[in-house]
Ligand binder design. Structure first.
Ligand SMILES: [Zn+2]
Ligand SMILES: [Zn+2]
Length: 126
C-alpha cells in the first residue's frame, strides 16, 4: 500500500519512539518495508524534516557521512563504538557542572553544546 504523507509521518515517528538508539534513513526504510508500507526516500526525508522542525525529532551527525534521527528526550549525549558502530545514550548531567564553571571563569553563558564520545563498547572491549 502506498503511504500518504501523514501515515508515513506517524509510522516513522512510532519507529523512532521505539528505537533505543538513533536510526538512519535506511533503517527507517527497512522498518516501513517490513510493515509492507511502501514509500520513497523523498517522502521520508520530507517527513523527517517536518518532525525535526516541529521539535519532535533531533537530527544527529556522528561523522559517518550520514544523518541519524532520534525522538527528542531529555538532554543527553552518545557513546559511539568505533569498532561495531553501536550508539548508546548517556546522561547529560555531568555537563552542568562544567557549564557552571565556564560561566564563572570565562563569563560565557552557554546555551547549548554538542558532545559525543568515541571509543569501544562493552562487547568490543572483551
Ligand atoms: Zn562495539
Ligand atoms: Zn540519544
Amino acid at each position: 500500500m502506498n503511504l500518504k504523507n501523514t501515515q508515513a509521518r506517524s509510522a516513522i515517528y512510532d519507529f523512532l519512539i521505539r528505537s533505543s538508539s538513533p536510526v538512519d534513513v535506511n533503517q527507517i526504510i527497512g522498518f516501513l518495508r517490513s510493515k509492507k508500507l511502501n514509500t520513497n526516500k523523498v517522502t521520508i526525508y520530507r517527513n523527517l524534516d517536518t518532525l525535526c522542525k516541529n521539535g519532535l525529532l533531533e537530527k544527529l551527525e556522528f561523522g559517518e557521512g550520514k544523518f541519524r534521527y532520534e525522538f527528542k528526550k531529555n538532554h543527553h549525549h552518545h557513546l559511539i563504538c568505533t569498532n561495531c558502530g553501536k550508539i548508546e545514550d548517556v546522561s547529560g548531567e555531568y555537563l552542568s557542572e562544567i557549564e557552571r564553571k565556564i560561566k564563572s571563569e570565562n563569563g560565557f553563558l552557554i546555551k547549548s553544546h554538542v558532545l559525543e564520545f568515541y571509543g569501544l563498547c562493552r562487547n568490543c572491549r572483551s
